[in-house]
Design a protein around this ligand. Structure first.
Ligand SMILES: *Cc1c(COP(=O)(O)O)cnc(C)c1O
Length: 228
């Protein structure tokens, strides 16, 4: 299976999931997660029609940003240290992984220098796992209120990385919970917020995520193969 074959298969699965859920396929955007894959793979996917790519490591992203030849759009989806934020400004359309106020403040500062607004998602740690970043559901409202005071930030939605289960059906309650949380945030009327995005679902569970309302699915392995 080539990258183009994989993309075509995923596109079919997205359509099928949308049909099951009564959603329009254009409500779901595929973020091709290209971390640890070479720029040539990204160009290959782009040549097959994939436009949007997600990266997790700032240094690796910066290197590949310079190498990729096709016109593509980038999202940053990984753990982010504040001192590296400056390398993303002007290069990424959305940061999925804002998990703390200090990080949001630095994004605000870097984008503000350019009078630009940063689109971000708040990352939620639904199962309050020690090993994972993100605000717990209990902390989310407070974080959202604080981040929404920053003038160069626009909160666009929520992202989660739920616990892994071999059976994707077991992840469904977490996806559902993220959807309920975004509905709660919508009622807060946060300044500038446009809460339209739910970033959830990866290679093994994106179909369930779409059924539960995902608007951005982050798929790596199913497109590019296993990472070594
Ligand atoms: C690596 C990664 C993905 C993609 O995972 P796959 O299982 O390869 O599809 C999605 N989201 C985040 C945050 C990741 O780090």
């Amino acid at each position: 299976m080539t990258i183009a074959d994989n993309l075509q298969e995923i596109s079919r699965q997205i359509q099928a999931s949308c049909e099951r859920a009564g959603r329009a396929p254009d409500e779901v955007r595929l973020v091709a997660v290209s971390k640890k894959k070479p720029a040539a793979d990204i160009d290959q996917a782009a040549a097959a029609g994939q436009r949007l790519f997600g990266e997790s490591y700032v240094q690796e992203f910066s290197d590949k940003f310079a190498l990729v030849r096709e016109p593509v759009d980038w999202h940053f989806i990984g753990a982010l240290q504040s001192n590296k934020v400056k390398h993303l400004q002007g290069k990424v359309a959305l940061i999925h992984s804002v998990d703390r106020l200090s990080l949001a403040k630095e994004i605000n500062r870097q984008w503000g220098k350019h009078e630009a607004i940063a689109d971000i998602l708040l990352q939620v740690n639904l199962a309050a796992e020690e090993s994972k970043a993100g605000a717990t559901a209990a902390e989310l409202v407070e974080l959202a209120h604080q981040v929404a005071t920053l003038p160069y930030i626009r909160i666009r939605g929520l992202m989660c990385l739920p616990p892994f289960f071999p059976d994707p059906e077991q992840v469904r309650p977490y996806f559902r919970q993220l959807r309920e949380l975004i509905n709660q945030l919508r009622m807060l009327d946060l300044p500038r917020a446009e809460l339209t995005e739910l970033s959830m679902g990866m290679s093994h569970d994106y179909q369930v995520a779409i059924e539960e309302g995902a608007t951005l699915i982050r798929v790596g392995t199913a497109i590019f193969g296993a990472r070594t």
